[in-house]
Design a protein around this ligand. Structure first.
Ligand code: ATP
Ligand code: MG
Length: 204
């Protein structure tokens, strides 16, 4: 690998993956000139204890189908294979050690994640391993986001970088709800993922 490679890590539950995730990752790739973006579906997300998260293998396969046609996108089984709850700090530490010193890590997340970052395990460590990117997301205006970023900077002395993303008011929760109610999910996510959901009977 070339020196000073820039690698994006796109974390998420991806239950299911949709165009909001994909456009966010692609925007980060181009804005920050990343060499590649590694999607890392979460194993057992600690903040999603409330509902039964779809099996890791289904979420992994859907993510794989979704990123298939982008040569800069990759997928990692790291989080789904790690036992116990999934913490971003462990993931970044592992990528940091695996990829070597010449690689610069960028963690890509949506604004909503940044609003509860103060509750994350070892936030200061998370912020020291990577450049943390906070993408705008409908419902989280830039002004409010900037205020939060200032607060994080004051507490931790680390900068979280805001990134403007074309607003797509899409969430996995909404897609799951639509499938359950028999409504169309066309154009909210890649057709291959839509087909997978239909054939596997997920979310019904
Ligand atoms: P759920 O409704 O189940 O929480 P979600 O749509 O929020 O699903 P996640 O897997 O929780 O998807 O999100 C993974 C990452 O992608 C998070 O950092 C989240 O903020 C970001 N993200 C999700 N949807 C969008 C979107 N429409 N625009 C920008 N960022 C998004
Ligand atoms: Mg979410």
């Amino acid at each position: 690998m070339s020196n000073n490679e820039k690698v994006g890590i796109m974390g998420g539950t991806f239950d299911p993956i949709h165009y909001g995730h994909l456009v966010t990752a692609e925007t980060a790739r181009t804005n920050f000139k990343l060499d590649r973006v590694i999607f890392t579906p979460a194993g057992r997300p600690p903040h999603k204890k409330g509902y039964a998260v779809t099996s890791s293998e289904d979420r992994y396969l859907m993510t794989m189908l979704a990123i298939n046609n982008n040569p800069f996108f990759e997928i990692s089984r790291m989080e789904i294979e790690r036992p116990g709850l999934t913490y971003t700090v462990d993931t970044l530490e592992k990528f940091y050690n695996d990829l070597g010193k010449n690689v610069k890590l960028y963690f890509i997340s949506g604004a909503d994640a940044v609003f509860d970052i103060l509750t994350w395990k070892d936030v200061d460590k998370v912020l020291s391993y990577c450049t943390f990117i906070a993408a705008t997301r409908p419902g989280y205006p830039m002004e409010q986001l900037n205020q939060k970023l200032m607060q994080i900077r004051q507490i931790y002395g680390h900068q979280v970088v805001p990134m403007k993303v074309t607003s797509l008011d899409i969430s996995s929760t909404e897609i799951r709800r639509r499938v359950k109610e028999g409504l169309s999910i066309k154009y909210l996510l890649p057709e291959s993922v839509e087909t997978y959901i239909r054939k596997s009977g997920l979310y019904r």
